[in-house]
Design a protein around this ligand. Sequence first.
Ligand code: AMP
Length: 472
Amino acid sequence: MTSSFSSLLLAEPLARAVAEMGYESMTPIQAQAIPVVLTGKDVMGAAQTGTGKTAAFSLPLLQRLMRHENSSASPARHPVRALVLLPTRELADQVAQQIALYAKHTKLRSTVVFGGMDMKPQTLELKKGVEVLVATPGRLLDHIEAKNVVLNQVEYVVLDEADRMLDIGFLPDLQRILSHLPKARTTLLFSATFSPEIKRLAGSYLQDPVTIEVARPNETASTVEQRFYSANDDDKRRAICTVLKDRGIRQAFIFSNSKLGCARLTRALERDGYRAAALHGDKSQDERLKALEAFKQGEVDLLVCTDVAARGLDIKDVPAVFNYDVPFNAEDYVHRIGRTGRAGASGLAVTMVSSSDTRLVADIEKLIKKKINVEAIELPDARRYRERDPRRDVAGREEVQRSASMPSTRPMRGARPVRSAPADPFFDKPYEASDAHTPSWDAAGSTGPKAVTPGLKTKRKVAALFKPAGSY
Ligand code: AMP
């Protein structure tokens, strides 16, 4: 099978858009899925994010819809013909942006609706008429109930990141939405894994689907260097900062298992002098989109996320991913580190492992079928760290002081300023403005931080902590 887009005989407006995107050849999921979707068959695709699956379903879908292209302004002439459902607002926004780019030389209209934003502008867009509607399930139901949208002419429905939609508990919403759609339609389901629940969903809503699997779902990219460091909770942040500095990493994703942990870690990293932003479900939609944009523009160094908020985000060239917490589900480990080492670029994935994480690490080991060695990491003492850290120079200190006295000048426009002095587990005392110019481990006082086991001056493997895969 040739992997050139020209072999597809895409309509000129689509071929032009693809050329403008700079795509030279098809990715494996595209090479396999596009010809099948063009035939109108149902597809069940296992593809991780970053594989090019958005184009894999959008291009053939747009090609098929082009027969309805209509230059009339009448909304009635632009009914929804394709519905793309995604679990999170960011993903919906991202996919909608890609579809708009692929469709830009056609007369097809597209829009996106998701929660957390005012319904009115979305309603206006819907009432104008769109052929392609990208949506999160909850908000789509709101619009269906408000009779802002009619779905009786839908020909294509895409359930993207279907496993995550089920994890979030969207099954009842999906069932209700699907009940509004014509029976004669093409259904495309994409999921990172084919769990029994996904197979059941496919069994209920797909007809004789073609299964496409491009990479083993639990595979981690060989271009990602995976490191596991032993660190207790008090040392994790310092360990991350040490790796960032030692490796000269400018931007990274840091994953936390909880929204609260995410918010606290972001604040602590800001106090350390980093430009950090949080991405989790309690942030307003506006804040989340701004955080993403600021990261993409290089205005934010560290994006601290929860799994749900970060799933599938297409941010190119993230040099490193840190797991502040070992994820509860081994699959999430694969998703998390899939943010780095994309498209053949090299990446680094660092996981902080505390003594209570043994079981979770063993689960990851089993899933990725690679032996995990948990190493010790040498943490410099506070003074040495301060001397060696370029962020602690005069300019860096001024920047941190400024942001302490004027919370609204924090790098994240729209980020909630710290109004009070919350007790913070990363500090031995509650955060006060006067701490802001001081590295947090200095704030612990003259006793300094509780560093990793004394005597561990050089990195050494402590693999013995963990039994080999299969022994559990
Ligand atoms: P996705 O997996 O759909 O989120 O796509 C990941 C990224 O790959 C997006 O930024 C796409 O623009 C990009 N992409 C998709 N298809 C190709 C291609 N054939 N060649 C190069 N980049 C692509």
